[in-house]
Design a protein around this ligand. Sequence first.
Ligand code: ADP
Ligand code: MG
Length: 353
Amino acid sequence: FDMFVLAFVERFFRPSYKKDDFVLGKKLGEGSFGVVYRVSLANKPSSKEGDLVLKKATEYGAVEIWMNERVRRACASSCADFVYGFLESSSKKSAAEYWLIWRFEGDATLADLVQSREFPYNVETLILGEVQDLPKGLERENRIIQTIIRQILFALDGLHSTGIVHRDIKPQNIIFSEESRTFKIIDLGAATDLRVGINYIPKEFLLDPRYAAPEQYIMSTQTPSAPSVPVATALSPVLWQLNLPDRFDIYSAGLIFLQMAFPGLRSDNSLIQFNRQLKRCDYDIVAWRKSLETRCSPELRRGFEMLDLDGGIGWELLKSMVRYKARQRLSAKAALAHPYFDKEGLMTLSFMQ
Ligand code: ADP
Ligand code: MG
């Protein structure tokens, strides 16, 4: 109960905005459920390009506002800074339109960065804020990728500890925050908050098949549907333990890890092809690796070489994320404690100079 009073008080004292307060800038993205623009405040013309981001969303915007409000109170550093969300009803359009406002975190998503030929060195420069004058090589690339995957897992741990499963973890939904110099998660449009029953019934059509775990339903189809209003139920943590819905995100994060290690798997087509191969191997990634051994390209070989560093600790982590059975995948918290992360990440590199 206290939490709702607190939420009300916070809401009351925070600035509230309406449609006319914003000047629309460049379009940043357009999905089936909304359009995203860079915007600035009308009364603050100093911010030329706009230091805010606006998503005009369809009816799913209501859930996304709820998720963002909750994240801001419970695990703010996991996601892009949410400013405000409201129902925009002044237009003549018949369909409801929700407006969501965030702080503009930066120009690059992980998808943009991974597609660059400079990857992962472009990320090293962003995180450290300087170009490293060190020899390039597997060891260094491994440390950069380790730092990225640790930041993703850290953000996921925050969401999962709050009871939120994102369900659309992919490089396009991970933004590099220039201010904090870390990766943050965006796009809670498909997220589900299982502790309070928001968006409880999975909308499978929202899921991106390229990064989706093999389980079709995140919660067992046997579980009763929860109320669609934010009423906490004592049952939910039990259901969480039974179904481990958070492991869906871990599988997606594992695929991102894989794409970072193997340049040849970074395009959409090659990822789709990988998914097909893995399915043919009954989702056994060790069998997938074996199936490649005779016809392994030098590029793939280099990826395996990187994962095999330090006694194969990276490969070990990847194996425990990309598994068919959700129960056998590590949680975000357990993954963060994996020995792959024992060696220091990027900070060490800057101290070495
Ligand atoms: P969609 O539903 O269209 O996928 P997203 O929330 O993923 O909506 O946003 C679309 C794009 O807008 C992102 O891929 C990113 O490039 C950009 N974007 C979204 N939020 C932010 C933010 N807070 N800061 C900077 N860019 C953002
Ligand atoms: Mg998105």
